[in-house]
Write a protein that binds this ligand. Structure first.
Ligand SMILES: [Zn+2]
Length: 321
């Protein structure tokens, strides 16, 4: 459906395709590899005429916690991680930003952890991996924000000063998301008030922020698709070119090993849990019906592939077919 250059393929797959005697990249990279540190921190591919680069911003090794998934014990969580072939010593939550070359400009979807301002000591590799991919942050003209959680927006602001990292870029945000985070802080649940204060001190005061409401074209070939639930204004992005499509699902799920397989599991990160479950199923069913490629922010590299139904849940198959 879309092409990965042979060079990227060979580097990205560490020769795995050759080992399997394959001439093209199909589902040879499983979930296990996707959730460990990739050998190369970026992956380039095409959606029609549009070049997309997945950029690895490191991984948060989240300690186990009984309250992480509603009604699911740590033992069940460990079993699911093990079944997917990933470590169960902690919950490995990678961060993956998309860079898109479209209409003669460079667009980012989300901005990462801000050199590890959040996500622990193994987060913060975005700038390093942009450089490795040949991308200059100065060329970024547009940043599409999926939602305002720290691992998606701290890349927009400097650690101590909140100074803008991308003052020359247009930053596109959802009206619903902005409205929720800028309501009186007292109305926001206590654990999120600190973040709300930082947001209120930054995004609404910046002159280069563009607010969009509902479905909207936000860059050439990129459409914002409301996908509420993870947060009140959480937004997916549909990249379309030449009859090909890639649905960037952001945090419609957290890691695939747990939440693609079990779409009914509700992580503590979801603000409106029942709506988050409904939205994730809707997005995946749409991707299956439309034969659309999908990407997830927390799926690790490679974070791009297809979704299929698998019993009561879904399975993500990395790569292209
Ligand atoms: Zn996230």
């Amino acid at each position: 459906m879309f092409e990965i250059s042979r060079r990227d393929l060979v580097l990205g797959a560490a020769g795995a395709f050759a080992a399997f005697g394959l001439t093209r990249p199909i589902a040879f990279i499983g979930a296990a590899q996707a959730q460990t540190a990739p050998t190369q921190g970026f992956l380039k591919y095409k959606v029609g005429d549009i070049e997309v680069i997945s950029l690895y911003d490191g991984v948060w090794e989240k300690p186990h916690d009984e309250n992480f998934i509603k009604g699911v014990s740590v033992d069940q969580t460990k079993a699911a991680l093990k079944a997917a072939g990933v470590t169960d010593a902690h919950v490995p939550i990678p961060f993956t930003i998309l860079a898109v070359r479209t209409g003669g400009r460079l667009v980012l979807i989300d901005s990462g952890t801000g050199s590890g301002q959040i996500g622990g000591p193994k987060a913060g590799l975005l700038l390093q991996n942009m450089a490795a991919a040949g991308l200059d942050p100065k060329d970024v003209k547009t940043i599409l924000v999926s939602h305002f959680h720290p691992d998606h927006i701290f890349g927009l602001m400097a650690k101590d000063t909140n100074a803008q990292t991308f003052p020359e870029a247009e930053i596109v945000v959802s009206a619903t998301e902005l409205k929720w985070w800028t309501q009186p802080v007292d109305a926001i649940p206590a654990p999120r008030q600190g973040l709300a204060k930082r947001i209120q001190a930054t995004l609404p005061t910046w002159k280069n922020v563009k607010v969009v409401d509902g479905e909207a074209d936000v860059a050439p070939g990129i459409r914002a698709i409301p996908a509420f639930g993870h947060t009140q204004g959480h937004t997916a992005h549909l990249i379309s070119s030449g009859g090909k499509q890639l649905l960037a699902t952001a945090d419609a799920t957290n890691i695939q090993a747990l939440f693609v397989k079990n779409p009914g599991w509700q992580a503590a990160f979801d603000h409106v849990p029942d709506l988050a479950v409904e939205t994730r199923k809707k997005l995946f069913d749409r991707a299956i019906a439309d034969k659309t490629l999908v990407a997830g922010y927390h799926w690790g590299l490679p974070n791009v592939g297809t979704i299929a139904r698998d019993g009561d849940g879904y399975v993500f198959v990395a790569g292209v077919g």
